[in-house]
Design a protein around this ligand. Structure first.
Ligand SMILES: [Zn+2]
Length: 324
């Protein structure tokens, strides 16, 4: 987002979710959205494409979740104590104000939830992996390391392809509550990543001291496995249970103890599939128990072709033998 983008202006001016959809489309082009209500999720669609129009045309609803943009920093404050929640929110906001950084505070329509949104155009200059680390360091910087632990601040908002509730849209738990603006701070200049943050980032990049922040899900070099492990797959909802079986099978084949496999796959569901409700903890345990490590590239190739991912099939030498 360049200086042309006036998020602060949009915050104050736009009172409808459609205005925000168009605003983001104008500045970022197509972006992922979905609709989530009372525990049901729609597929992810790219706003502005035919696929999106075909889905939403016949529906009585609009998307209420949208992508967290690459240059966007989000604080999802979900402390279950109302007073503590607001204190933390205001503390983070004060830290932004001290540095004259633009940000806005939103209530997301739940009983407690507060969101802080802020844009750092410089994040565009970094590759995905570095950007993720920078966002985590920015959250540390403004929220305080101790608060991240104490209040379990969501760090997964820093992952690529994460959704957050759309401004001025209805809350996912139903009712008439919408995400509304509490306060907006506009210092009439673009946010710059603070020097201390850049310094920390450079230190971590050169020493590879990243264990404390990152979780590593991948255990395989096979492109056909990697695809199912990552957020590339996350919006293909119909095949999630098969993907679970494919991954369980591969991890068991690699000799990872079954209890560790269960743990890994719970993380996968929570972080990659956004806490998808169609796969319970007990379903994961059951699947891992059944997994015998005999799922091969032949089956993966078939599934990949069914979901239209021939490009992934071609990347794996064994899978590509089964191209139809
Ligand atoms: Zn393969």
């Amino acid at each position: 987002m360049t200086s042309k983008v006036k998020y602060s202006y949009a915050c104050e001016k736009y009172k409808k979710q459609t205005q925000f959809l168009d605003f983001y489309y104008e500045h970022f082009g197509n972006f992922w959205v979905n609709h989530q209500m009372n525990g049901t999720f729609s597929k992810w669609h790219l706003y502005g494409t035919m696929d999106y129009i075909m889905h939403y045309d016949s529906k009585k609803y609009l998307p209420n979740n949208r992508l967290i943009f690459p240059i966007e920093l989000v604080f999802d404050i979900d402390v279950p104590n109302y007073k503590e929640n607001h204190l933390l929110r205001d503390q983070i906001s004060d830290n932004f104000i001290k540095e004259n950084m633009n940000h806005s505070i939103w209530r997301n329509g739940s009983d407690y939830g507060n969101h802080i949104h802020s844009f750092f155009p410089e994040l565009n200059n970094y590759p995905t992996f570095h950007r993720q680390l920078l966002k985590q360091l920015l959250i540390q910087h403004y929220a305080g390391k101790e608060n991240i632990k104490k209040f379990k601040i969501d760090m997964f908002v820093t992952y690529p392809k994460r959704l957050i509730s759309l401004e001025r849209s209805k809350h996912r738990n139903g009712g008439d509550r919408i995400k509304y603006l509490v306060r907006n701070f506009n210092f009439n200049k673009e946010n710059k990543i603070p020097k201390q943050v850049i310094k920390k980032f450079e230190g971590k990049i050169t020493t590879y001291d990243m264990d404390s922040i990152f979780i590593d899900l991948s255990v395989s070099d096979k492109p056909c496995i990697k695809f199912f492990e990552t957020e590339e797959f996350s919006h293909i909802e119909d095949y999630r249970r098969r993907a679970l079986f494919i991954l369980a099978s591969e991890y068991v084949r690699k000799g990872i103890p079954k209890n560790e496999v269960v743990h890994k796959l719970i993380k996968w569901r929570d972080y990659i599939l956004n806490g998808y409700k169609g796969i319970s903890d007990s379903f994961i345990k059951h699947t891992v128990l059944k997994a015998n490590g005999r799922v091969t590239c032949k089956m993966r190739s078939q599934v990949l072709q069914e979901i239209g991912m021939e490009s992934v099939v071609r990347k794996c030498p064994t899978c590509s033998k089964f191209l139809m």
